[in-house]
Design a protein around this ligand. Structure first.
Ligand code: G3H
Length: 233
């Protein structure tokens, strides 16, 4: 299982790289679960990450159903050098909306060769968005490459508080049967890693677990290294 870590600046990206993370996922935690960072920050981090021979991903935000806005943000992120462009379907309620938005994002990044990762939210019931279980088929049909589940509200509640192991197992199965890679995130802690491995997730995404004192503090390389070790064992 690969480890994705979400830094907010170049220093945190270096900590993530030195700790051994596989994918460096630029985000802006101050603007939400999949908060978008600034183009100049994404560009600077992408440069450092690529110098270390690793892959960089960047988020375009917790999106409303606005395919045009999403495509423009995706174009910008891909042009900054992201190998993976992540979009959260926050304000998307139906499958036809999901298809339209994801298709627009895929079209926007095509010329850069970036891969698109679509995030649904484990706490979809409380924010009124589409269920992650409805996503894999739509995401495949729209031409994206991966799906993930994260939590929308970072209030201390965790992935498993909102979706049970069986539901998550179904999500992983649906992703794989649609030829998508699958990532799981949402205040994941060290003790959750064995369950995620058992579920067959391809990627675990973290921030809080590798920060020194909560999601809004700084990423520390020792914690990244510890998590990578557990994910590899
Ligand atoms: O993509 C991964 C997210 O950044 C997870 O963040 P979190 O561990 O703080 O929930």
């Amino acid at each position: 299982m690969l480890v994705l870590v979400s830094p907010a600046d170049v220093q945190e990206a270096i900590e993530s790289i030195e700790g051994g993370a596989d994918i460096i996922d630029v985000k802006n935690p101050a603007e939400g679960s999949l908060g978008a960072n600034y183009p100049w920050v994404i560009r600077d981090i992408a440069k450092v990450v690529k110098e270390h021979g690793k892959e960089v991903s960047a988020t375009i935000g917790d999106m409303d159903f606005k395919p045009g806005t999403a495509s423009l943000a995706a174009f910008a992120v891909a042009s900054c050098g992201a190998n993976y462009v992540k979009v959260g379907l926050y304000g998307v309620r139906r499958k036809d909306e999901a298809f339209k938005l994801v298709r627009a994002v895929v079209n926007a990044v095509n010329e850069f060769g970036s891969k698109v990762v679509v995030a649904g939210y484990a706490d979809f019931r409380r924010i009124g968005s589409i269920s992650p279980l409805e996503l894999p088929e739509v995401v495949r049909n729209a031409g994206a490459h991966g799906v993930m589940v994260d939590t929308a509200v970072k209030d201390g509640s965790r992935l498993f508080d909102h979706m049970g192991v069986e539901e998550l197992a179904t999500f992983v199965e649906l992703a794989h049967s649609n030829d998508l890679f699958c990532a799981l995130a949402g205040s994941i802690q060290f003790e959750d890693i064995p369950v995620l491995k058992k579920l067959g997730a391809d990627i675990v995404g973290v921030r809080t677990a590798v920060c020194e004192n909560g999601r809004n503090s700084k990423i520390r390389r020792e914690l990244v290294a510890k998590l990578v070790e557990v994910a590899r064992s």
